[in-house]
Ligand binder design. Sequence first.
Ligand SMILES: Cc1cc2nc3c(=O)[nH]c(=O)nc-3n(C[C@H](O)[C@H](O)[C@H](O)COP(=O)(O)O)c2cc1C
Length: 314
Amino acid sequence: MEAKIYMAPLQGFTDYVYRESYAKVFGTVDRYFIPYISVKNDAIPNKYMREILPENNTQSIVVPQILAKDAAEFDFLKNVLADHGYSEFNLNLGCPYPMVTNRGKGSGLLPFPEEIYKILDHFYCSGKGELSVKLRAGYKSADEIKDVINVLNQFPLKEVILHARLAGQLYSGEIDENAFSYATQNLKHKLVYNGDIFSKQDFIDKQNKFPGIDTWMLGRGILMNPLLPHEIKGIDISEKERTDLLYTFHQTMLEHYLEIMDNEGNALNKMKQFWSYFAHCFPNQKKVMKHIKKVKALNKYNPTVKSIFNEINS
Ligand SMILES: Cc1cc2nc3c(=O)[nH]c(=O)nc-3n(C[C@H](O)[C@H](O)[C@H](O)COP(=O)(O)O)c2cc1C
C-alpha cells in the first residue's frame, strides 16, 4: 500500500501561498494542515483569517487547526471555521512555546487531561463534523501521554498525529520512540507518525520500526526537499525534471507573494524566509544562503536565483 503523506502545519512557512503553490506544482501530498488559528483580544487576527479563507485554499484538501485553552475558546474558533465551510478540525496539543503553554494552550494542556476531556466532550455533544488531534508525547514527561490517550480513547476521533517529543525539546533532540510505540499499542484511533523524516532512508527506518503506520506527516523534510514525498512514494524523476519542478515552485511562490504583498520588500522577505529551508535543495546551502541574504531588491534577487539554479544545472 502506498504511504499517505500529510504536510505538517508550520506557522510562518506553510502559509496558503506555500500550500497552494506546492499543490499546483507537485501534487504529491494527500492532506495539508493549516497552521493554527487562535484568539487574541477576543478576536481572530487577520493573519489567521487569511489562511482559512476558502478562496485561498482552492488547490488542496486542507484541515484547519485550532489552538485553544478551553472548550469555550475552541467552540468560538470552530464556529468561525464552520461558517467558512469547514467540517473537519484539528486540535493543537503540541505547540511548545512558553507564550502559548503558559496560557494553558498547545502542549500546555497535556498535563491536564480533564481539560482536554472537556474540549472533546463539548465538541462531540454540541457540534457536527470531524475532529483529529495533533500532540506531543508530553509537556514535562512522556508519562503524560498515558492519561491523555485514556481521554482520547473515549471519543470517536478521526485520527491522532503524534510528534513524540516533550515540549522542552522544541524541535531537536531524540524522538521518544517508546512513547510512539506506547501509542501504537494503546490508542484506539488511527495513528499518524510525525517527526524528523528528512530523507527516504529516515522514512524507511521509521516504517520498519512502526509497520502498522500508513500515514506520515512531514514538516521540515518537505521544506528542505519539496520532492521528498515523490521519493517516499517512489515517483521517479530525472535530475532535469527535479530542477525544473523546483524552479517552477520557486517562481509560483514569488509571483504569488508579489501579487498579494503591499510592496516588493515584503515579498522579498517572505522569499528569504522560504530560502532558509529551500537552500537545502542545493549542494552548497551555506553559500546559497549567503547570496540570498545579501540581496536587497527584486532586480538583484531574480538574477541571483537564476545563477543558483544554473549552478546545479552545470
Ligand atoms: C517554524 C515551525 C512552526 C510550526 N508551527 C506549527 C503549527 O502551527 N501547528 C502545529 O501543530 N505544529 C507546528 N509546528 C510543528 C510541526 O508541525 C511538526 O510537528 C514538527 O516540525 C516535527 O515534524 P518535522 O520533523 O517533520 O518537521 C511547527 C514547527 C516549526 C519548526
